[in-house]
Design a protein around this ligand. Sequence first.
Ligand code: MG
Length: 172
Amino acid sequence: MSDQMISGAFRVGHGYDLHRLEAIEPEGRGRPFVLGGVRIESSVGPVGHSDADVLMHCVTDALLGAIGSEDIGQLFPDDDARHEGEDSRVYLEEAIRRVRGLGYELVNLDATVVCERPKLKGHKGAIREHLARVMGVDVGSVNVKGKTHEGVDAIGEGRAIEAHCVALIARV
Ligand code: MG
């Protein structure tokens, strides 16, 4: 599972993830609501094998995509018991380690989280700071935006949460 040789002064990566939302365990199968490593009070939580942190997963995939690496599902299979309930921070740490191992550094990333509830306003600063700390970059390199889905489809009906991310890395 070695990373292939890559070229380019700059490389861009894209990440996307979605998780179902259910009532928090034991009423439903939802994990405690954690976004970008920050715990947010919520009656619903994401369903998933790890801690189901949709933002951490999509940022991880954006970094892995930028270096043409295997994706998060290949590196950390959800049928592997070792990843049950795991803090997704370890996935992001591995992704940035691979980026640096190939001689690149994160320039910036921009992520959008789409969900109806809970409201992300008031948490974005803490999420940016946490993601930046995990990756060892300045908080100015990490941006997080929140959107609703205007009440339509699964996300708008509060049954799912999704996140998108683009990341730019530069050879150092
Ligand atoms: Mg995921």
